[in-house]
Design a protein around this ligand. Structure first.
Ligand SMILES: CCCCCCCC/C=C\CCCCCCCCCC(=O)SCCNC(=O)CCNC(=O)[C@H](O)C(C)(C)COP(=O)(O)OP(=O)(O)OC[C@H]1O[C@@H](n2cnc3c(N)ncnc32)[C@H](O)[C@@H]1OP(=O)(O)O
Ligand code: FAD
Length: 670
């Protein structure tokens, strides 16, 4: 970080204006003082050398150089992880968001090791027996083996039951034979698989004793540990340039009757005995999908973290950037002074907070469900699946939209790779698709909601996260509108209940006209997605409001005030966004909506003096932000010019292509 005297004057003034204790807010975001201290300790160790190990910006390299460079840095970072950080975090917290956060100081794009740590290791932990864990986990954690997670195929990603790769048990040799019977059965997309991994988890249709038992995970060595050559029977490579993730070497993989030992089937939830007998161990058929639930839970945190980076960049830049004239001859205002700019940005700060608190709550729920499952109780799994599905869908989708808005807010400079906003956008845009597409996951939640509605209809008590359905059944009329945080949350629950009820009514009506249930469901899916989204929004609003109330109980008055303003801004913003739904399902009037609009605009004015303080409170070090526009010192123009010097195109005054193409072209006659 630059010395104080170099800090841009506008930013100095902004920080002077800030009326709350920034550190207090940082502690709230981190989940307590202890967590902040631990995070800072990890960051100090991980970023000791200043982190960015690049002389040339990643974006100026060609595809091969980028990959090699990413792998080089991954090895440096992984050494810090295993030699220094593991001791601080302990194995159980190896994949914590803090570790993930420090990684961003090394990579603008993605590390080829990300899937090893993000999915390979967690799948060993979640899908292997204790004995298998004893074999694989130490090697994986120590990175003596490097793995990927190969589930998706060229022909199928969403519909896992439709995967075509087969794993057929041969009792004579006590091996499974892996086979890719068609072009569409080739594994496709797995991160780290193309060039880096020597092992991977393969999800395949299990055949034994002539019967198919559905998809199961297997651990497979694909490359020689010494030469790194693909083993005989393995066809593996990189799938080609993508919108983002270009250093993650996403790969393809095919098997030609490739044999693996029986014990390489991950056997926590189901086993194949030596003679080929299939034994189901788990009490729930979908426990093999456990890693996906885990990653969906972590992605809500990812959404918040990446958004906090984008909005830090955009708010600091907006404080430094001056443009246009409000009155003839007056000084150019900071663009942050435009209410339209505040409208673009303040909702992004609030959204990052909303998702952070929701992510913490979801993580807690996940750990409680895991503990229950260890005791043999699987009753809470469907609710966790419904929750993690819709929260992953909505948080990643909203975060991508907000990051794009941050880029808009930075005008032309936001389009520069060096702003880091394009990287952030391409990364988060992918999270909307991977680990379950947005629409597909909302439809999973909708299945749960329709069942919950039928239970409420039968006067049964439903689970806590849908308890509002029991309440809404008693009131057949539109919910009475009250303009208060609690009133807005109640109204969103009424919208969700109203939409679910309408879906059930329409499905039933369609069945009455002769459709079967599947077709009636299919014809209602547009509404079902909307109902699941409404349910999810009511959950986020409720969690954000209640958690913020709880966390600020002992805060200083000004912290309480600014966080109250921000939470209210979020609630009012969404009420205005969904005013059509409010008119339909509550007693709100046009006059009430006018009042909401006024309240929203007043909140922008109130938050404005604290905007820079609020993004400073995310406490994102410059090494992690990696942005010419967003550094703490606000030296935007100097950094843009410095970056120009690093551009390899500027290394010589005349490009060789001038002599080769341009000069002959200009001299040629028509
Ligand atoms: C040095 C480096 C430093 C870096 C540091 C790294 C640190 C890393 C930390 C974090 C970063 C993480 C980053 C990870 C990057 C990930 C990259 C992307 C990876 C992938 O994309 S992997 C592939 C993911 N694929 C999917 O998600 C596919 C989506 N499809 C499905 O999930 C399912 O097929 C389906 C849900 C859509 C449908 O399944 P199906 O079998 O057909 O089931 P249905 O018939 O529809 O439903 C039956 C019944 O089951 C219920 N159910 C479905 N799924 C689950 C579940 N998971 N759990 C519980 N129950 C489930 C469903 O609701 C039905 O219930 P019902 O019958 O209604 O009662
Ligand atoms: C950057 C990136 C990294 C990835 N990494 C991995 C990895 O490491 N390992 C791995 O195994 N996979 C990985 N994937 C694959 C990813 O999980 C899948 O792409 C994702 O699950 C979506 O599946 P799909 O591509 O088959 O989309 P499709 O299912 O073909 O979706 C296409 C469209 O059809 C719609 N659709 C599909 N089914 C339905 C339905 N039932 N109802 C309504 N609409 C439907 C979807 O909403 C979408 O609009 C990665 C993908 C990306 C982009």
């Amino acid at each position: 970080m630059s010395s104080k005297k170099e800090i841009n004057e506008d930013l100095v003034n902004e920080r002077r204006k800030c009326n709350f204790n920034i550190q207090e807010v940082t502690h709230i975001i981190d989940g307590g003082v202890e967590n902040t201290l631990q995070r800072k300790k990890i960051e100090d160790v991980a970023l000791n050398g200043g982190a960015s190990l690049d002389d040339v910006p990643e974006e100026c390299m060609n595809l091969r150089e980028r990959y090699e460079n990413a792998l080089r840095k991954s090895c440096v970072y992984a050494n810090i992880l295993r030699n220094e950080l593991l001791e601080i975090t302990g194995i159980e917290n190896f994949g914590t968001p803090v570790i993930r956060r420090t990684g961003d100081a090394f990579f603008k794009d993605i590390s080829p090791f990300m899937l090893h740590l993000g999915m390979f290791v967690p799948t060993i932990m979640g899908q292997c027996t204790a004995e298998q864990q004893g074999i694989w986990l130490p090697k994986a954690l120590d990175m003596q083996i490097i793995g990927a997670y190969a589930q998706t195929e060229l022909g199928h990603g969403t519909f896992i039951r439709g995967l075509e790769t087969t794993a057929t048990y041969d009792p004579k040799t006590k091996e499974f034979i892996l086979y890719s019977p068609t072009i569409t059965s080739y594994k496709w997309w797995a991160g780290g698989l193309g060039r880096t991994a020597n092992h991977c988890i393969v999800v395949a249709q299990l055949y034994t004793q002539g019967k198919c038992h559905g998809v199961h995970p297997f651990i497979v060595q694909i490359r020689d540990l010494d030469t790194h050559m693909p083993l005989p029977g393995i066809k593996v490579g990189e799938i080609g340039p993508r919108m983002g993730f270009n250093t993650a070497d996403n790969g393809f993989l095919g098997f030609n009757h490739f044999r693996i030992p029986r014990m390489n089937m991950m056997m926590k939830n189901a086993q194949v005995l030596e003679d080929g007998t299939y034994v189901k161990v788990a009490r729930h058929g979908k426990l093999t999908y456990g890693t996906m639930v885990f990653v969906r839970v972590t992605l809500v945190n990812e959404a918040s973290f990446n958004l906090s980076k984008a909005v830090t960049i955009a708010v600091r830049y907006s404080a430094v950037r001056r443009q246009s004239e409000l009155r003839p001859g007056s000084a150019e205002p900071q663009i942050l002074d435009y209410p339209t700019q505040q409208h673009k940005l303040f909702i992004c700060i609030a959204t990052a907070h909303a998702f952070q608190l929701t992510a913490n709550w979801l993580w807690h729920t996940f750990t409680v469900v895991q503990a229950e499952m260890r005791k043999g109780n699987i009753d809470t799994l469907p609710e966790l699946h419904a929750l993690s599905s819709c929260l992953k869908a909505v948080s990643t989708s909203d975060a991508a939209a907000c990051i794009e808005q941050c880029r808009f807010a930075c005008g032309g400079h936001g389009y520069m790779m060096s702003s880091n906003l394009p990287y952030l956008y391409s990364f988060v845009a992918a999270t909307r698709t991977y680990e379950g597409d947005y629409t597909v996951l909302l439809l999973q939640t909708a299945r749960y909601l329709v069942k919950a509605w039928e239970q409420a209809e039968a006067k049964k008590i439903v689970t806590p996260t849908v308890a509002y359905l029991n309440r809404c059944f008693d009131t057949n009329e539109k919910v009475a509108w009250t303009n208060s945080p609690e009133g807005i949350i109640k109204s969103f629950q009424a919208i969700a209940a109203g939409k679910i009820s309408l879906c059930v009514k329409n499905i039933r009506q369609r069945i009455k006209t002769g459709m079967d249930y599947e077709d009636a469901w299919l014809m209602t899916t547009v509404q079902l997605v909307s109902a699941a989204e409404a349910h999810c929004r009511s959950m986020i609003l409720d969690t954000y409001w209640n958690e913020m109330q709880r966390l600020t109980k002992t805060s200083s008055d000004n912290v309480k005030m600014v966080l109250y303003q921000l939470t209210t801004l979020y609630l009012v913003y969404w009420a205005l966004e969904k005013s059509g739904d409010l008119l339909r399902y509550t007693s709100i009037t046009e006059g009430d909506i006018d009042l909401l609009q006024k309240e929203y605009e007043d909140l922008l004015v109130k938050i404005r003096p604290n905007a820079v303080g609020l993004v400073d409170a995310f406490d994102l070090r410059d090494e992690i932000l990696r942005s010419t526009l967003g550094s703490y010192d606000g030296r935007v123009y100097e950094r843009l010019m410095e970056e120009v010097q690093k551009n390899p195109l500027n290394k010589v005054p005349v490009d060789p292509s001038f002599q080769k193409y341009l000069k002959p072209f200009m001299k040629s006659k028509i």
